[in-house]
Design a protein around this ligand. Structure first.
Ligand code: PAF
Length: 283
């Protein structure tokens, strides 16, 4: 059966009315929050959402409060016509496309107690980033009231932080972590990849390569050896400037000291002026 036309709502009220009506008819709602510039990673989330829920809502909102660099916010890609065209071809039923004033009508102070995880890894380099992320995700969750929300593993720390926020506010939603989607080369898909030149695309492969190497050597070497080796590969030439390469416990993202728990290796690095992140589950 042909999919109904994609519905596009720009206000919380219109979206809530539509979803309330569907919920009254026992429909479940799956939610994929995004900042647009949609790629196959996003569409894999939409596909998984379609398997689990009746109505699939995708939001596109470039959230100003999670950018600590105004230039990064200004240049963030916004190919909205292209995104809508692609969404119409996907299983997505509803696009929520609010303006900034719809999500932030008044100036508001926000601070959620996210604990140590907020300041680890990404948190050291992007001060306030996770407060901004949780602020907007809370607003989106309150509006959509979805049964499930889908997030990619590439942003694993974001997933952990959102999980913490959901527990903190007792939000009745199930978060689903979905595998990272990669280019054939191994590069993790990201909206930021469009900034990379042909040469930088090649250099960016070092991130996934070093993660794969760490996984291959996981049983053979100590955690210290694995980290030192990865970092020295990343810093070998000038094309990449790593912020960190860390091996952490999966549950709380604390630096791992032993191999007896589920562990994850995470990396962040600049390729030219583009900052990329990636990770791999080790055991
Ligand atoms: O991962 C993203 O695209 C964003 O951080 C999110 C979750 C949509 C919040 O703005």
């Amino acid at each position: 059966m042909a999919k109904e036309q994609l519905k596009i709502f720009t206000t919380k009220k219109e979206l809530s009315n539509y979803l309330d009506f569907n919920r009254r008819n026992s429909k479940t709602v799956g939610f994929v929050p995004t900042m647009g510039a949609l790629h196959d990673g996003h569409f894999s989330l939409i596909k998984l959402a379609a398997k689990k829920s009746d109505i699939i809502v995708c939001s596109i909102f470039v959230n100003p409060t999670q950018f600590n660099d105004p230039k990064d916010l200004e240049k963030y890609p916004r190919p909205i016509e292209e995104d809508i065209r692609k969404l119409k071809l996907s299983s997505c039923n509803v696009l929520f496309l609010p303006e900034t004033a719809e999500m932030y009508s008044t100036e508001e102070k926000w601070h959620a107690d996210l604990g140590e995880i907020e300041n680890a890894l990404e948190g050291q380099y992007r001060i306030g980033h996770y407060q901004g992320v949780t602020q907007i995700v809370k607003k989106l969750f309150d509006t959509v009231q979805a049964d499930f929300a889908f997030f990619g593993q590439k942003d694993y720390q974001q997933f952990c932080v959102i999980q913490k926020m959901v527990r903190l506010f007792n939000i009745p939603i199930k978060l689903i972590l979905c595998p990272t989607v990669r280019e054939k080369t191994g590069l993790a898909m990201s909206s930021r990849n469009i900034y990379l030149s042909e040469n930088q695309l090649k250099n960016a492969l070092k991130l996934s390569e070093v993660l794969e190497l760490t996984k291959r050597n996981f049983k053979l070497k100590s955690l210290e050896q694995l980290k030192t080796e990865a970092f020295s590969i990343l810093t070998k030439d000038d094309d990449i400037k790593p912020d960190y390469f860390e091996i952490c416990t999966m549950d709380d993202l604390k630096p791992a000291t032993m191999k007896d728990k589920p562990l994850i290796a995470l990396v962040a690095a600049y390729v030219g002026t583009t900052r990329l992140i990636d990770n791999i589950i080790l055991n």
